[in-house]
Design a protein around this ligand. Structure first.
Ligand SMILES: [Zn+2]
Length: 170
């Protein structure tokens, strides 16, 4: 396995896979110093993070596709790295909102009969996976993560909130 690249690429697997070699016609030719290996082109599904720092004292991370993660674990062993699912909470939320809007439009247009089953199911999957992600300690979508209560929500309730904060201090 190659030295992990930095930073982690969520769009493309960061493993090197065997290339066709120097005397093959067609395909992409890798670097001879790297055994003619070329960068995998698949979309990654997990991020592998080393459990022990490398010789330079740093802990490496890399993204891997479904195929490469099997090779990674086979070559390096299960204890070598911690694997976690790739998740983009911002993208997930964006897709959720677009689908929800689309489903609402479908509902309005057809009097409730026009909702596409696949859209509804895809929305359900997005909700479930975002929930799983947050439950496991993943960070919130940026739009949800204000780090406090917005002033609009507080309006008219300032005294109650002040009281609550004082109570919490005790
Ligand atoms: Zn790969």
């Amino acid at each position: 396995m190659p030295k992990p690249l930095e930073p982690v690429d969520r769009e493309r697997c960061q493993a090197d896979v065997p290339g066709p070699g120097p005397f093959t016609v067609g395909g992409e030719i890798g670097d001879p110093r790297n055994g003619y290996r070329v960068r995998c082109k698949n979309k990654p599904t997990v991020i592998a993070t080393e459990n022990q720092p490398g010789e330079d004292g740093r802990i490496g991370s890399m993204s891997l596709c479904r195929d490469c993660v099997v090779v990674f674990v086979r070559d390096l062993g299960v204890g070598y790295a911690t694997l976690r699912d790739i998740m983009d909470p911002d993208k997930n939320l964006q897709e959720q909102l677009e689908l929800a809007k689309h489903i609402q439009d479908q509902y309005d247009e057809e009097g409730g009969n026009g909702i596409d089953q696949d859209d509804a199911n895809q929305l359900a999957e997005l909700v479930m996976s975002l929930h799983e992600w947050i439950k496991k300690g993943g960070f919130l979508p940026t739009e949800w993560n204000r780090g406090g209560v917005s002033p609009e929500l507080l309006e008219g309730h300032e005294d109650e909130v002040t009281d609550l904060l004082l109570e919490m201090k005790d």
